[in-house]
Design a protein around this ligand. Structure first.
Ligand code: RB5
Length: 163
C-alpha cells in the first residue's frame, strides 16, 4: 500500500486485543503509517473512553484515519460519532468499508472482534484504506450532515441555556 499516505491510529477495548494485533501487524507489513494508541496501557478499559480518546485525535488532526475495535464495533462507532467533525461506521463487509469513505467521507472504521474473523477483517480494512471520498452526488448529503451536526452541537445548547 505504498500510495496510502494516511496517518492511521488503531485502538481496542479488552474484547478485541487479538484482532487489534492482527490488523496492526498486517498494516505495518504493508507499509502503512499506523500507531497503536493502546489506551488500555494507560488504565482505560471501557470502550467509551478508548473510542473517545482516538476520535479526539482525529478531530485534532494528529491522525487522518482511525480503526476502533470492540466486541461488536457498535459501542466504538457510537462514541466516536460523539466527537464533532468525526464520522464513524461499523463495517463487517468489504462493500460497506468502501462506501464508508467513498459515500460518507468517514474517517473512522469500527469492527467487532466477536462478529468477524481476522482474515475478513484484514480485507475490510484494506478496502477501507484504499478508498477515498468521491464527492459528486454524495457531496450535498455529506454537507447537509455537517450542517445538522453543527445545529445539534451548538444551537440546542444555546436553547437549553436560554430556558
Ligand atoms: C464489551 O464491553 C462490549 O460491550 C464491547 O466490546 C462492545 O461490543 C460494545 O459495543
Amino acid at each position: 500500500m505504498e500510495h496510502v499516505n494516511y496517518k492511521v491510529a488503531i485502538d481496542c477495548d479488552p474484547a478485541a486485543t487479538d484482532l487489534k494485533q492482527v490488523i496492526f501487524e498486517h498494516l505495518k507489513e504493508k507499509g502503512v503509517h499506523i500507531t497503536d494508541l493502546n489506551y488500555m496501557g494507560e488504565g482505560f478499559y471501557l470502550y467509551p473512553d478508548i473510542g473517545y480518546h482516538l476520535a479526539k485525535k482525529i478531530k485534532d488532526r494528529e491522525f487522518d484515519r482511525g480503526i476502533l475495535l470492540c466486541g461488536t464495533g457498535l459501542g466504538m462507532a457510537i462514541v466516536a460519532n460523539k466527537v464533532e467533525g468525526v464520522y464513524a461506521g461499523v463495517c463487517h463487509d468489504v462493500y460497506s468499508a468502501e462506501r464508508l469513505c467513498k459515500s460518507n467521507n468517514a474517517q473512522v472504521i469500527t469492527l467487532g472482534a466477536r462478529v468477524v474473523g481476522p482474515e475478513l477483517a484484514k480485507k475490510i480494512v484494506d478496502a477501507w484504506l484504499l478508498s477515498e471520498f468521491e464527492g459528486k452526488g454524495s457531496l450535498p448529503k455529506v454537507n447537509r450532515m455537517h450542517e445538522l451536526e453543527h445545529e445539534s452541537f451548538h444551537t440546542e445548547e444555546q436553547t437549553c441555556e436560554s430556558i
